[in-house]
Design a protein around this ligand. Structure first.
Ligand SMILES: Cc1cc2nc3c(=O)[nH]c(=O)nc-3n(C[C@H](O)[C@H](O)[C@H](O)COP(=O)(O)OP(=O)(O)OC[C@H]3O[C@@H](n4cnc5c(N)ncnc54)[C@H](O)[C@@H]3O)c2cc1C
Ligand SMILES: *[C@@H]1O[C@H](CO)[C@@H](O)[C@H](O)[C@H]1NC(C)=O
Ligand SMILES: *[C@@H]1O[C@H](CO)[C@@H](O)[C@H](O)[C@H]1NC(C)=O
Ligand SMILES: *[C@@H]1O[C@H](CO)[C@@H](O)[C@H](O)[C@H]1NC(C)=O
Ligand SMILES: *[C@@H]1O[C@H](CO)[C@@H](O)[C@H](O)[C@H]1NC(C)=O
Ligand SMILES: *[C@@H]1O[C@H](CO)[C@@H](O)[C@H](O)[C@H]1NC(C)=O
Ligand SMILES: *[C@@H]1O[C@H](CO)[C@@H](O)[C@H](O)[C@H]1NC(C)=O
Ligand SMILES: *[C@@H]1O[C@H](CO)[C@@H](O)[C@H](O)[C@H]1NC(C)=O
Ligand SMILES: *[C@@H]1O[C@H](CO)[C@@H](O)[C@H](O)[C@H]1NC(C)=O
Ligand SMILES: *[C@@H]1O[C@H](CO)[C@@H](O)[C@H](O)[C@H]1NC(C)=O
Ligand SMILES: *[C@@H]1O[C@H](CO)[C@@H](O)[C@H](O)[C@H]1NC(C)=O
Ligand SMILES: *[C@@H]1O[C@H](CO)[C@@H](O)[C@H](O)[C@H]1NC(C)=O
Ligand SMILES: *[C@@H]1O[C@H](CO)[C@@H](O)[C@H](O)[C@H]1NC(C)=O
Length: 635
């Protein structure tokens, strides 16, 4: 997903270029044997003979269960944590009877869709329907403060407690306490995960957002790598990294989404961005990792030590192997990126500032664009586009080409064959927008060729989105028969289904990535199009309606799968109910990943739906579950 922005959203300040190569100071504060010797509730686990962990009627221990730790135990635990324990309260609680506060509610409502207020909040997630929309600030019709048809604020749907971690010691305490007490443990970094993997009712949540630290390493050597690198703490977001990279005068591979975590679940699931066709995925950048494992110990995983974990963490998914605290990533020469954009629409033609065309030309152009995608990859570039169906035969296709290393004239020349083909099809693009940017998120003056870019207008924020992803193989765009089949599957989903296509066109082949030996889904190496099928308004309405909408969405998604047998889905932006998720998200790596999971986490402590080894547990609800949820009792 990609929401370009010219705003620097974070307040992170990085104050020095350092060359130490040692751990961050927050990683020097760790849990010792002496710290735990008088308190069994925080004792370390033993991987060589894992003891059974407590359950309550076969379930994780939930608030209200008799096994739930007493008030006194929580108080002691908070004391060990240095007071970092907070209650998992949704912000909109101030809009409900009993806790209602006019001014506070108005403030929450007015900023409810502000993406930074989701990442900055201990419990909120982007795709709220996954926690059951349990304490919404808006009506189902999405009018802030308007018609709240869901009358209750169900606090129990959220984590019971959150630890606002600022040291590794607190993470170790969380892991030990949750394991020894049998409580569900979750990890929230930014909450962007679209499959609810950073949410969980009645859980203890480790909130990594405030672990913001950065070190540039002018010379770093490990295995066969010897060059510049950076040590990145896990709380940094894409915009933070963009700013730090600019200051260090290097390129870092970062997420395209401005508020996505720079080295959290993003790289663990693969991680694509502006440089994917040139430098590979986020997972391919990682040289070394520090993490807390399920037994509570703080360790390094790199090409020399704990190599199985090192392999698994780079592409094998978040919330599975341990809690990562920092990562050393490759740094590259800095270069400007040329950005080419032009929207095309077919319609009655009265959307402001948009070229209108005829239906036939429009679809011919889409086919032409799909055919052009491999050329974008071969030039080291990335395409981002949205194909919207607004209804009433009003369609819009917005294209953005990001060409790292190209100058404005080079990018202009590169795009000409595409525009020429468009012209032959009856679409005149006389004045494409081409700009050159040093940093994708910075507002610095850029070498503007023409008018400012008309970026897609949607911003990050609470979403009602349900989506599915297909990593269409490159051959689907190159082979004429497959291209037609792919085109037809997309056409049908958009025109007949009415859905949005959001596709990210990139090719992180093994060659581009430098032949890393990591756990990235093998199908990702073959793709030229991570295509997402979006049902934008999915969660506007009751659960029953959501279930119906999903059935319909799945039938159109099936058309995509039928034309791409064996290809997978990008787990970072996928359907939480993906069928055969083991092969769709992990492919042939699954058996190896599962054995590493069993070795390092025999307790199944780190759990998220569709994470490796998650088959043993499910979120149990009193009613048959109609839609995926991380809440124990969906409405
Ligand atoms: C608006 C938006 C834009 C996006 N843009 C892009 C994009 O440009 N490119 C792309 O590839 N993807 C993109 N995504 C998808 C994104 O990569 C995934 O949602 C990813 O899971 C986010 O990771 P996070 O750490 O930021 O978020 P979280 O939701 O906090 O975490 C994601 C998962 O990782 C786990 N996790 C987080 N931190 C740790 C840790 N320290 N140790 C172990 N596990 C951890 C969490 O438990 C959870 O399972 C976007 C999503 C949204 C909503
Ligand atoms: C962390 O500890 C190591 C080893 O004790 C030390 O060399 C390093 O300077 C410490 N780092 C910080 C930032 O305090
Ligand atoms: C944890 O302790 C701190 C400091 O004493 C306190 O402010 C906070 O409210 C406590 N947390 C909980 C959940 O009680
Ligand atoms: C979103 O919230 C951030 C952080 O509080 C704030 O700086 C920003 O101005 C807000 N954006 C909007 C559009 O209100
Ligand atoms: C609130 O929503 C209900 C159900 O959709 C609808 O019947 C009602 O008219 C709405 N009220 C207002 C004030 O919008
Ligand atoms: C979390 O900790 C950070 C750093 O100490 C602090 O700035 C922030 O206010 C805390 N947030 C909450 C919700 O406690
Ligand atoms: C950094 O932390 C890891 C994990 O505890 C430890 O193994 C390593 O020795 C530390 N490195 C330094 C330089 O302190
Ligand atoms: C930044 O890096 C570029 C490319 O490597 C180099 O040409 C330039 O001189 C550097 N600028 C500074 C200020 O170091
Ligand atoms: C767009 O055009 C249609 C038909 O020409 C017209 O009915 C409609 O009002 C126009 N919309 C806008 C926003 O101008
Ligand atoms: C639009 O074009 C498509 C593809 O060329 C065609 O199948 C469809 O019938 C056309 N629709 C209209 C309304 O002309
Ligand atoms: C596009 O440009 C060509 C050549 O300049 C012109 O002949 C043609 O009429 C234009 N087509 C449209 C749809 O504007
Ligand atoms: C693909 O579809 C186009 C447009 O309908 C058609 O001209 C072409 O012959 C088809 N190619 C193949 C290989 O079926
Ligand atoms: C460098 O070493 C890694 C393993 O540490 C290996 O996967 C990779 O292929 C090697 N790269 C080259 C260029 O030899």
């Amino acid at each position: 997903m990609f929401f370009p922005s010219t705003l620097l959203l974070s307040t992170f300040v990085w104050d020095s270029i350092s060359a130490q190569g040692v751990n961050f100071s927050f990683e020097n504060i760790t849990l010792s044997d002496a710290d735990v010797e008088n308190d069994p509730s925080i004792a370390f686990g033993d991987l060589s003979s894992p003891s059974a962990i407590p359950t309550s009627n076969g379930c994780k221990v939930f608030p209200g269960d008799k096994q739930w730790p007493s008030y006194e135990k929580w108080r002691n635990f908070n004391h060990s944590l240095g007071g970092a324990l907070i209650k998992g309260l949704p912000p909109a609680i101030v809009c409900y009877t009993g806790t209602y506060n006019t001014a506070e509610c108005a403030a929450v409502v007015s900023q409810y869709f502000n993406g930074s207020l989701i990442t900055d909040n201990p419990v909120r997630i982007e795709n709220e329907w996954l926690d059951g929309d349990s304490c919404p600030a808006q009506a189902y019709d999405n009018v802030p403060g308007g018609n709240t048809t869901n009358p209750t604020c169900d606090v129990a749907a959220y984590p019971a407690y959150v630890i606002n971690v600022t040291t590794v010691k607190q993470i170790q305490l969380a892991v030990n306490f949750a394991r020894n007490s049998g409580i569900r443990l979750i990890i929230k970094n930014t909450g962007h995960n679209l499959r609810g993997q950073s949410a969980g009712a009645g859980s203890l949540s480790v909130w990594t957002h405030h672990l913001k630290d950065f070190d540039f390493l002018p010379s770093f050597s490990i295995s066969n790598f010897s060059s510049r690198a950076a040590r990145v703490a896990v709380g940094l977001q894409s915009s933070d990294l963009a700013a730090a990279a600019l200051e260090a005068n290097v390129t870092l591979v970062i997420p395209g989404g401005v508020t996505v975590g720079g080295v959290g679940g993003w790289f663990m699931g693969g991680g694509h961005g502006f440089h994917t066709s040139k430098l590979g995925l986020g997972a391919d950048q990682v040289l070394s990792l520090n993490l807390v494992t399920a037994d509570g110990h703080f360790i390094v995983a790199d090409p020399n030590i704990n190599t199985d974990l090192f392999w698994a963490l780079r592409g094998g998914g978040g919330s599975t192997w341990g809690i990562v605290t920092s990562v050393i990533v490759k740094a590259y020469d800095i270069s400007n990126t040329a950005v080419v954009s032009h929207p095309i629409t077919v319609s009655n033609g009265n959307l402001t500032g948009i070229t209108s065309t005829t239906n036939g030309s429009f679809w011919a152009a889409i086919r032409t664009y799909l055919q052009f995608v491999p050329k974008i990859c071969d030039a080291g570039g990335v395409g981002f586009n949205f194909l919207y169906n607004y209804g009433d035969a009003l369609l819009e296709f917005t294209v953005l080409l990001l060409m790292p290393g190209m100058t404005v004239p080079q990018a202009d020349a590169f795009a000409q064959p595409l525009y020429q083909a468009f012209q032959e099809e009856g679409i005149n693009i006389t004045d494409p927008n081409v700009v050159s940017k040093r940093s994708m998120f910075s507002a610095e003056p850029s070498l503007v060729n023409s008018a400012p870019i008309a970026y897609p207008s949607r911003g990050a924020g609470a979403m009602n989105l349900r989506l599915a992803s297909r990593l269409f193989p490159r051959k689907n765009l190159e082979d004429p028969t497959l291209l037609n089949a792919t085109f037809n599957a997309i056409y049908t989903a958009v025109v007949e289904g009415g859905y949005t296509l959001h596709s990210a066109n990139h090719c992180p082949t093994l060659a581009v990535a430098g032949y890393p030996d990591d756990a990235v889904l093998p199908a990702y190496r073959e793709t030229a199009m991570h295509a997402q099928l979006w049902d934008d308004g999915y969660a506007i309405g009751p659960v029953k309606l959501q279930a119906q909408r999903y059935k319909r969405l799945a039938s159109y998604f099936k058309l995509w799968k039928d034309v791409s047998p064996g290809a997978g889905s990008y787990m970072g932006e996928a359907d939480p109910a993906e069928l055969d998720w083991q092969s769709a998200f992990y492919g042939t790596n699954y058996p190896r990943l599962l054995s590493i999971k069993n070795k390092w986490d025999p307790w199944g402590l780190f759990w998220a739906k569709t994470a490796v080894g998650s088959e043993g547990w499910e979120v149990s609800t009193p009613f048959p579950r109609k839609v995926p949820t991380q809440n124990r009792e969906p409405k």
